[in-house]
Design a protein around this ligand. Structure first.
Ligand code: S3P
Length: 439
């Protein structure tokens, strides 16, 4: 089992601003799905812009272990020789999925419909994350699987179960659960439908349609009929709006900044960060809007501005679910109070992002008060200090950007997992003007 290096630290000197044209790496969610659907399709799928982050490499490795021949990644390019929906082979050993909740939850659905047994595990963080949200509905479809006693990984799946379609009302707005059930639905007898309490990212639905698999949507319900097939396709992965977020927030909080983020995915289910930053008064313009492989993309220009505190509208929460570590930093730099509610899910991400961000902001001298489902932050003056990322990539990158407005050095601990979603972050951020070094 790979070991993680929790010794990686970021040292960020205070002040400065961000400028230039920046292309952040490919979208993590779309990259995962490109490997999954490409592997299950009939024919050769070519992918460009694939995110070579550790999470996506874990997915890639899992499919290789299940007999799929995949060339690359080579500068973001993959060539996947799809084996068809029934062509996967039993892996010779348990699948190790590192830090990646998306890999585990989506694979659980996909593997529940196979003819072979499989076991999946992950790192310390993934081993604490809740999996009953996927195993419970899968069991009602007839899947045979079990988790560790607390409903956490490892997950063991018994092959050969006959899955039957269900209609499932999602108790939490989660694209991972929705996608897990859609993937299981490909193998189920009948029409599997999922109703969401609020819109969540729809990359699975879009990509299934791109591979020629019919997906029905009526209002907040999405359905697939089992027994079809996927036809290979070519996929261009846009830059990840969740990675672009760190530069959007960095530029917005630092006077004199002017950045152009190129080719960013602006799928309507992902643009909460744009909506929230605009409500806070950020100067943010979208240009060159176009559609690439079924996903909308744009170049995003952000300039430094004076932000104001707001009550974040709850309907924006699922649309910005990965962006709150950075948005909390924006709130710390804004004038007045920012209040977040309806975001309990943040407590079960790669870390407890409510507690960990509040602790770090408090260390930096900001009045940030965690609540059960959100946070209340008083904008103020950021000092320096040493903060813990708890191995959470997005916490580490959010605190790195906070240094732009701090009055002393910020040292961030346990940053190795930045490589799960944003390899090259330190180099790109330094090029844009952040005084960050890695040690
Ligand atoms: C993801 C969905 C989100 C998000 C995660 C990626 C996906 O999780 O936080 O980083 O690719 O489907 P939830 O759906 O559990 O909110």
């Amino acid at each position: 089992m790979p070991t993680t290096n929790n010794k990686v630290e970021f040292l960020v000197k205070p002040g400065g601003c961000l400028s230039g044209r920046i292309r952040v790496p490919g979208d993590k969610s779309i990259s995962h799905r490109s490997v999954m659907l490409g592997s299950l399709a009939e024919g050769i799928t070519e992918v460009s812009g694939f995110l070579e982050g550790e999470d996506n490499l874990a997915t890639l490795d899992a499919f290789r272990q299940m007999g799929v021949h995949i060339e690359g990644p080579e500068k973001g390019r993959l060539r996947i020789e799809g084996v068809g929906l029934h062509g996967l082979k039993p892996p010779g050993k348990p699948l190790y999925l590192g830090n990646s909740g998306t890999s585990m939850r989506l694979l659980t659905g996909l593997l529940a419909g196979q003819s072979f047994d499989v076991e999946m595990g992950g790192d310390v963080s993934l081993s604490k994350r809740p999996m009953r949200r996927v195993t419970d509905p899968l069991k009602t479809m007839g899947a045979q699987l079990e988790t560790a006693p607390g409903g956490t990984p490892p997950i063991r799946i018994r092959g050969g179960a006959a899955l039957k379609a269900i209609h499932y009302d999602l108790p939490v707005a989660s694209a991972q659960v929705k996608s897990c059930l859609l993937l299981a639905g490909l193998y189920a007898d009948g029409r599997t439908c999922i109703t969401e309490p609020a819109p969540t990212r729809d990359h699975t639905e879009r990509m299934l349609a791109g591979f020629g698999y019919p997906v029905g949507r009526t209002g907040s319900t999405v359905c697939v009929e089992g027994g079809g097939h996927l036809t290979a396709s070519s996929i261009e992965v846009p830059a990840d709006i969740s990675s672009a977020t760190f530069f959007m927030v960095g530029a917005a909080i630092a006077e004199g900044s002017d950045v152009l983020l190129e080719h960013v995915g602006i799928n309507p289910t992902r643009i909460g960060v744009i909506n929230i930053l605009r409500l806070m008064g950020a100067e943010l313009e979208l240009g060159n809007e176009r559609e690439v492989g079924g996903e909308p993309v744009a170049d995003i220009r952000v300039r430094g501005s004076r932000l104001k505190g707001i009550c974040i509208p709850e309907e924006q929460v699922p649309l910005a679910i990965d962006e709150f570590p950075a948005l909390f930093v924006a709130a710390a730099c804004a004038e007045g109070e920012t209040r977040l509610t309806g975001a309990r899910e943040l407590r079960v991400k790669e870390s407890d992002r409510i507690q960990v961000m509040a602790d770090g902001l408090n260390i930096l001298g900001i009045d940030a008060c965690p609540t059960e489902d959100g946070m209340v932050i008083q904008g103020g003056t950021l000092g320096g200090g040493m903060v813990e990322s708890h191995g959470d990539h997005r916490i580490a990158m959010a605190f790195a950007m906070a240094a732009l407005r701090a009055n002393d050095n910020i040292r961030i601990l346990d940053c190795a997992n930045v490589n799960t979603s944003f390899p090259g972050f330190v180099g790109l951020a330094a090029e844009a003007g952040l005084s960050v070094t890695e040690g």
